[in-house]
Ligand binder design. Structure first.
Ligand code: HEM
Length: 538
């Protein structure tokens, strides 16, 4: 189902091999005509004028003029690598997904990214990192499109344009590039306090990873797994790096930004080049799939909440090894199109309202970013499973489809064999009951708790980690021009912790307000020590 010049694994074949590899015996036009010269335009005499009839000049410059495509609206700067995922088989009881079975090896492509900076921005900024994985499974492509922070700024996708407009550079002068130290960001997160938990993670050491190889990844939302008996559980996905979690301190990050803005992408590709293949274990926290969709009082549909690992340990289900660098940045890292709706049998979504909006957004944006609806034919996006999709024509169509009946039902092209009967290897949405309810524009009551988990996170920090957080808030807020925004943020901090608020207030030269929300007593149990995941011990 694609151009004949590309093999099923996306590699060019035949005559195209030479052209794509730029290894032909001589230079040609795009039409294959041999060129004598690509250094001089055709002129009437050596001193010109240049002649319009110079097809090579026009072809070369016209193509160059159109080399750029829009960068991603978020996560524009990325670095990627190929690898393999090997299932442990330990997920067999909860998911029928074939690629999770013991010892099954599945090719993967992973793209790490910053969120806010543009394509050419620096790597070691304070930001969330994307951690998007494409599993080319035999049952279709599964994308796990996660971040290195387990919670998100918003609970409802309808707020995504708001949070991104606030966090991107100011519309008037495009300042600042690629960091959150500015008025619009702090204006939004201090008004929209469901952002408090994610912002606190950003201000912690997790906001400046040492290396992509030393980052955790999180699916953030709760997903639903289904086994062969059609029983379901709810899960949260975690990637745990074999190298442990490590961060840069602010001063290191500043120096590196100046000395090597490509630090993270260089680190990733150098490691792979030298055979030090980075590895992550994929793990799941498993919860019963109850009608309430809560666990220990935590709303599993609220993407601003985590479930502490002490309450639900992360159970390893497979190992990912990145073992090959990209050969062409544009063809692979830039043109790859991830989508949280790329699911396989055994893995399904939940009703998290943030996830619902994402299921719409990625395909929509990729239609404009990748120039039409046929980007699944781009080699990096091609499923490794057979495709028989009845999608036809459109911009940048490169497949030469056969048959006359791209419709169902038909009697001309052999009907639709893939639709025959209730085939259990098909992706079938889990028949979850939807409660009878009125249409409302409201959030559930549990979504209004914005401070309990940020406080738990703060209380789980060691003294040096707390110092870093205080310094980060102080630096960032000192960059704001509007005093009211600083004051409102101090109010948010007062609702997390008195010491945090007082220290930052001192740094800003402002009075510390009192909390307006009840502050929970510190829990003496060791559970709080690992609130957000396992910290490295090596
Ligand atoms: C891109 C993660 C929320 C819209 C990305 C990427 C990641 C990511 C990792 C980069 C993909 C790549 O490397 O190509 C997340 C996570 C979210 C989240 C973990 C929340 C839990 C949202 C929401 C929306 C959204 C709520 C919209 C409603 C987008 C768009 C892109 C993107 C438009 C660019 C995609 C492209 O151009 O290919 N996101 N995102 N994201 N995300 Fe999200």
């Amino acid at each position: 189902d694609g151009p004949e010049t590309v093999s099923p694994t996306g590699q060019p074949t035949g005559a195209d091999q030479a052209r794509v590899a730029q290894s032909g015996a001589y230079l040609t036009t795009a039409q294959g005509a041999r060129l004598p010269d690509t250094d001089h335009s055709l002129k009437a005499g050596a001193r010109g004028p240049v002649l319009l009839q110079d097809h090579h000049l026009r072809e070369k410059i016209t193509h160059f003029d159109h080399e750029r495509i829009p960068e991603r609206v978020v996560h524009a700067r990325g670095a990627a690598a190929h690898g393999v995922f090997q299932g442990y088989g330990t997920a067999g009881e909860v998911s029928k997904a074939a690629f999770l079975a013991k010892d099954v090896e599945t090719p993967v492509f992973v793209r790490f990214s910053t969120v806010l900076g543009s394509r050419g921005s620096a790597d070691t900024v304070r930001d969330t990192r994307g951690f998007a994985t494409k599993f080319y499974t035999e049952e279709g492509t599964f994308d796990l499109v996660g971040n290195n922070i387990p919670v998100f700024f918003i609970q409802d996708a309808i707020k995504f344009p708001d949070v991104i407009h606030a966090a991107k550079p100011h519309p008037d002068r495009e300042i600042p590039q690629a960091q959150s130290a500015h008025d619009t960001f702090w204006d939004f997160v201090s008004l929209h306090t469901e952002a408090t938990h994610h912002t606190l993670w950003n201000m912690s050491d997790r906001g400046i990873p040492r290396s992509y190889r030393m980052m955790e990844g999180f699916g953030v939302h709760t997903f639903r797994l289904v086994n062969a008996a059609e029983e379901s559980v709810l899960v949260k996905f975690h990637w745990k790096p074999k190298l442990g979690v490590h961060s840069l301190v602010w001063e290191e990050a500043q120096l590196i930004n100046g000395m090597d803005p490509d630090f993270h992408r260089r680190d990733l590709s150098d490691a792979i080049e030298s055979g030090a293949f980075p590895q992550w274990e994929l793990g799941i926290q498993v919860f019963p799939d109850t009608p309430e969709q809560t666990f220990e009082g935590i709303d599993l549909l609220d993407p601003t909440k985590i479930v502490p690992e002490e309450l639900a340990p992360v159970q390893p289900i497979g190992l990912m090894t990145l073992n090959a660098n990209t050969k062409n940045y544009f063809a692979e890292t830039e043109q790859v199109a991830f989508h949280p709706g790329h699911l396989v049998p055994g893995i399904d979504v939940t009703d998290d309202p943030l996830l619902a909006g994402r299921l719409f957004s990625y395909l929509d944006t990729q239609i404009s970013r990748l120039g039409g609806p046929n980007f699944a034919q781009i080699p990096i996006n091609r499923p490794h499973a057979p495709v028989n999709d009845m999608l036809r024509d459109g911009m940048h169509q490169t497949a030469v489809h056969t048959g006359v009946a791209p419709y169902h039902p038909n009697s001309l092209d052999g009907g639709c064999p893939f639709l025959a009967g209730a085939d259990m290897s098909a992706f079938i949405e889990t028949p979850v009951k939807v409660p009878a309810a009125s249409k409302v524009r409201e959030a559930p009551a549990s979504f209004s708790d914005h401070f309990t988990q940020p406080r738990l996170f703060w209380l789980s920090m060691t003294p040096p980690e707390r110092e870093h957080i205080i310094a980060a808030y102080t630096f960032e807020l000192n960059k704001c021009y509007e005093q009211a925004i600083k004051e409102r943020t101090l109010q948010v901090l007062a609702n997390i912790d008195t010491e945090l608020c007082e220290e930052v207030a001192t740094g800003l030269g402002l009075p510390a307000p009192a909390a307006t929300e009840p502050l929970t007593e510190p829990d003496p149990s060791p559970a709080l020590s690992q609130m957000g995941g396992t910290w490295p011990t090596d």
